[in-house]
Every structure is written in C-alpha cells, then in structure tokens.
Design a protein around this ligand. Structure first.
Ligand SMILES: Nc1ncnc2c1ncn2[C@@H]1O[C@H](COP(=O)(O)OP(=O)(O)O)[C@@H](O)[C@H]1O
Ligand SMILES: C[C@@](O)(CCOP(=O)(O)O)CC(=O)O
Ligand SMILES: [Mg+2]
Length: 320
C-alpha cells in the first residue's frame, strides 16, 4: 500500500510580511507542485529521500532524531515536524519530489508540509478535511520557523486565489482572475524564518515608523481586493509597485530582486514586486500583452518560471 499526496506552490500578490502581524493578504495557488509518497519499508529503517532536492535521511523514530546521509537539512525540518506529529514507529520510506524552486518565495515549505501531512494521514487512515489539514500545516510551519502566518498553508491546501482578512477569515475570489503574471527568480535563496525575524527586529527597533507601514500594507491589500474584483489591471499594477516599495522599507529587498523588478517595468510590466519572504527568491510582474518582452528582460541575468493560477489544492489518495 502506498499513500500519495501533492500540494501546489503559491504566489503572494499582496501582503507578505504584513500578514504575519494580522494584516490582510491576497495569494493564489500556482501549477507547480510538491509530491509525497509513503510506503512500508521492507527493512527496519525509516528513510526520507528526494531525488530532486538530492537528500536522504535515516530516521531514528524512537529518539525523534535523524541521520543526514546526503543533502542539506533545510526543508527536512518541515517534513520531520509533520512526521513526528502523526507517525508511529513503523518503518516507512517517504519520497518527496518537487517542481517548486526551493527558498524562492513560492511556498515550497508550505506545499511540502501540506503534502507530507496529507500523505501521512492517508497512510495511517486518519480522518482529515481541508480545514484541519490547513490548521495542522500552519502549526508545523510555525514550529519550524518560529513565526508564520496561516496564508501559505491555506492556499496550498485549498488552491485558488484567496483573500485572508484582518480577522483571519479566508475568502476565495469568485472572479475568474487570469491576469498574465511573469515570475522571475534568482539563484540566491531566501530563508523565510530568518526574514520574518529580521522584519520583527526592525519593527521593534523602529516601531513608530514601521508599525504604520505595516498598517498601510494592509490598507493597500484591501484596495487591491477591490481592484481584483473589478479586474482593473492598471490599479493592481500601481498597488504592486507601492507594495514593493513597502517591502523595500522592511529590508527584505536585495540587489537581484531590485534588478528583476526594474527590468520587468522597463520591459513593459505595469506592476512588479517581490513575492514571498524576499532576501533572495522571486518577483512577480503583471504584464498584459508584454509577457514575452518581460520574460526576455528578466532572463538576461536571472531565471523565469512560467506559472498559471490553479484552483487545484491538495490532493491525496491510497494506492493498493
Ligand atoms: N537545496 C536545499 N535542500 C533542502 N532544503 C533547502 C534547500 N535550499 C533551501 N532549503 C530549505 O528549504 C526551506 C524553504 O522554505 P522557505 O524559506 O519558507 O522558502 P519557500 O517556502 O519560499 O520555498 C528552508 O528551510 C531552507 O532552509
Ligand atoms: C513572509 C511571509 O508572509 C510569506 C513567506 O512565504 P515564502 O515562505 O517565502 O514562500 C511569511 C508568512 O506569511 O508566514
Ligand atoms: Mg515558505
């Protein structure tokens, strides 16, 4: 018997970082996924491995520890946190494959966490639904990163384009929003846990300056919600540019991200901004009628990822 699950990456259109302080945010699932398969091990060892991410780990389930045989520990922390919340001591082999660039602001941590939990629940025949899964995945991200908003895990679980409000209710957008975005990413990776902590200490050191910025980011997201409902691309673009400026204020911009943001605008994007935690990673550019030009401009020095929004959230099953 095998348990199989997959979950999508996401793009944050508005509100990264400010969402950690309870401000609203808008994000959409995209058609790049993380896949997890769990099956019984035929020796007494439990193994986690990924060919894509080039890691292999042997688990010591009794001591809740592990031996890294190959690769970097990074993403493994999310898998282990999920694992030890659900799994017993029975030996298994878990394989992760992922189409999502890691540490790039596209929510690989959330997708891997959601897919791992869903596969574990299937493997152990534990009842779950999207609400409980999104909640549990958020707990895992929070445990690993210290602080995390529920946004990425919600989007990865439910799919679609969503608005998360100030009081944490989340609403799917009812409009069919197919705005043409180009994603650019650098080879320099960000680390969400570190970026969130850096923003918090900047905020603590300069609270009277940074607190109003965070509130303004929330207000901006609410304007963006209206603009999306009206499919007003030029307003959305204007708000993306302002949002990028605020993220720069928070200190999460880098030379590479700036380069991509301005290359995109020069090539005809009507809005461009960091997406995700920053410190490396990705930008998104809204470029109606100019996608090819913008992709070419970014690709001169960085990388382009072709993505589309998807309504498809987590998916899981058991195969005999
Ligand atoms: N090559 C890699 N192999 C394994 N883990 C990695 C690798 N590169 C980065 N990581 C880890 O993956 C995680 C990515 O999560 P995060 O920083 O939230 O970014 P994102 O969710 O945007 O991909 C981090 O814990 C980071 O340490
Ligand atoms: C910066 C933040 O708002 C989003 C982080 O997204 P990512 O891990 O960079 O894909 C953090 C959070 O919402 O928990
Ligand atoms: Mg993440």
């Amino acid at each position: 018997m095998k348990a199989i699950a997959s979950a999508p990456a996401k793009m944050i259109l508005f509100g990264e970082h400010s969402v950690v302080y309870g401000e609203p945010a808008i994000a959409g699932a995209v058609n790049k996924r993380a896949y997890v398969e769990i099956k019984k091990s035929y020796n007494d060892k439990s193994i986690l491995k990924s060919y894509d991410l080039n890691f292999e780990v042997e688990l010591d389930t009794r001591n809740k520890s592990y031996i890294l045989k190959k690769g970097k520990p990074g993403i493994i922390r999310y898998i282990l946190e999920a694992f030890y919340r659900v799994h017993d001591h029975s030996p298994i082999v878990m394989t992760l494959s992922s189409e999502i660039p890691i540490g790039s602001g596209l929510g690989s941590s959330a997708a891997v966490t959601v897919a791992t939990l869903a596969a574990l629940y299937r493997y152990h025949n534990i009842r779950f639904n999207k609400k409980s899964l999104a909640h549990d995945a958020h707990m895992v991200e929070q445990a690993v990163q210290g602080v995390a908003s529920p946004l990425d895990t919600l989007v990865s679980t439910y799919g679609g384009l969503v608005y998360l409000s100030r009081n944490k209710t989340f609403e799917p957008f009812r409009v069919n929003f197919n705005a043409p975005f180009v994603v650019g990413y650098t080879n320099k990776h960000g680390n969400t846990g570190k970026m969130v902590k850096d923003v918090r200490s900047l905020k603590n050191r300069n609270s009277k300056v940074i607190n109003p910025v965070i509130t303004a980011m929330g207000n901006l997201t609410n304007y963006a919600k209206q603009a999306i409902l009206k499919q007003d691309y030029s307003k959305i673009g204007e708000l993306m540019n302002i949002n990028h400026g605020f993220l720069d204020v928070l200190g999460v911009n880098t030379v590479e991200l700036s380069r991509m943001v301005y290359a995109a605008r020069e090539c005809g994007a009507i809005g461009s901004k960091i997406t995700g935690a920053g410190g490396g990673g990705s930008i998104i550019a809204l470029c109606p009628g100019k996608s090819k030009e913008v992709a070419r401009g970014i690709a001169k020095e960085d990388n382009v990822l072709q993505v589309n929004f998807t309504k498809r959230g987590v998916s899981s099953r058991v195969r005999m």
